[in-house]
Ligand binder design. Structure first.
Ligand code: KG4
Ligand code: ZN
Length: 339
């Protein structure tokens, strides 16, 4: 079964062709970072317009890459939500129209389900059940995953998502957009012993997170200092250490509570090197393993949407011809995919 995947939920246009027998055949991504940089964050209307400009040229590109004709596609998967409504509508309208024209089924995929299943595209995919830490710009979740669509939320952020906290703190420190990778890079030169920020909500039971206080701690420390690159690096390092430590403590609790040893880490913050190292150690200590998508599939991409779409289309799910998107869509409201 050959699936076309289309991701347009935020500021990346991602297209991919996934074949259930041969794996990922082609993928292409256009990042809107340069477009939004001068505004210091994603401008939704500009994002939608850029998705309109880029989706079809990228689509032609992946068919060329795979040396395939559109007539060979068996199904179309597009991101239905959560995300920016205008951006989602572009992918949904194009995906749904192509499926209608080609007379094949289409499926609207949950963006976070895409992230969660992204490690399945790797050579040694995790087996169900596992615990997943989903950390992106919009979400921070710990989930017990029993199968596709069988998700039990163990904990989530009560305020900012982990990626959002990275982005906002980077902005406070005067680092360039996009903040997460910029802060992580600057933190590499920082002294980990100079500042210690709190580990929010680790003093009470449960797996929920809170990151907004950390942003304030970083701001308070930064305001008392000369704005030099060294001070910036030290504050960035303390912030990164605090986020990584907090996430690691919560992951440990989630593994303990479920009795599982497999941990999947996905979403943009999953690209953070220090987080990856720390969780690898943690899983190893428990005699388990941590699974990541390759770095380029930690952040938004079309491959994860094609894969998740295939799992659902193969289970017999598909949609009517209506173009519908869900800017807000709880992960645990999804139905299981059996097949
Ligand atoms: O999953 P993603 O590409 O988009 C959403 O679905 O939100 O995640 C983007 C988020 C941004 O907040 C970005 O700053 C963060 O992931 N991010 C990082 C790193 N790379 C991306 N945060 C920390 N360290 C990184 N290396
Ligand atoms: Zn994402």
């Amino acid at each position: 079964m050959l699936i076309l995947g289309i991701e347009t939920s935020c500021d990346e246009t991602g297209l991919a062709l996934y074949d259930s027998e041969r794996g990922l055949l082609a993928h292409a991504l256009h990042s809107q970072v340069a477009l939004h940089a001068e505004y210091g964050g994603v401008v939704p209307e500009l994002a939608s317009r850029d998705h309109i400009r880029k989706t079809l040229p990228l689509l032609r590109g992946i068919f060329r890459q795979a040396n395939l004709k559109p007539a060979t596609v068996d199904g179309v998967a597009y991101t239905r939500g959560p995300g920016l409504i205008g951006a989602l509508l572009v992918g949904a309208a194009i995906g749904r129209s192509l499926a209608w024209t080609w007379n094949i089924p289409a499926i609207g995929v949950h963006h976070m389900e895409g992230h969660l299943l992204a490690p399945m595209l790797e050579a040694e995919p995790p087996e169900f059940p596992f615990v997943a830490l989903l950390v992106s710009g919009g979400h921070s979740l710990l989930v017990r995953v029993a199968g596709v669509g069988r998700y039990q939320i163990l904990g989530e952020s009560v305020d900012d998502a982990a990626g959002e906290a990275f982005d906002k703190t980077a902005k406070l420190l005067g680092l360039p957009y996009p903040g997460g990778p910029a802060l992580a890079k600057r933190a590499e030169q920082g002294d980990p012993r100079r500042f210690t920020f709190p580990r929010p909500m680790t003093d009470r039971p449960g797996c929920d997170f809170s990151f907004s206080g950390l942003k304030t701690a970083a701001l308070t420390a930064w305001r008392a200092l000369e704005p030099t690159p060294e001070n910036q690096a030290d504050v960035a390092r303390a912030f990164e250490e605090a986020v990584v430590d907090t996430l690691a403590i919560k992951c440990q609790r989630a593994l303990q509570a479920t009795g599982l040893a497999r941990l999947v880490v996905a979403g943009g913050v999953g690209a953070n090197r220090r987080l990856r190292e720390r969780l690898r150690e943690l899983a190893a200590e428990r005699g388990g393993r941590v699974y990541y998508p390759r770095l380029e599939f930690c952040t938004d991409n079309g491959a994860m949407i094609a894969y998740a779409g295939w799992r659902r289309l193969a289970a017999g799910q598909c949609e009517t011809a209506a173009v519908e998107v869900l800017p807000r869509w709880p992960l645990d409201s999804l139905s299981p995919a059996c097949g």
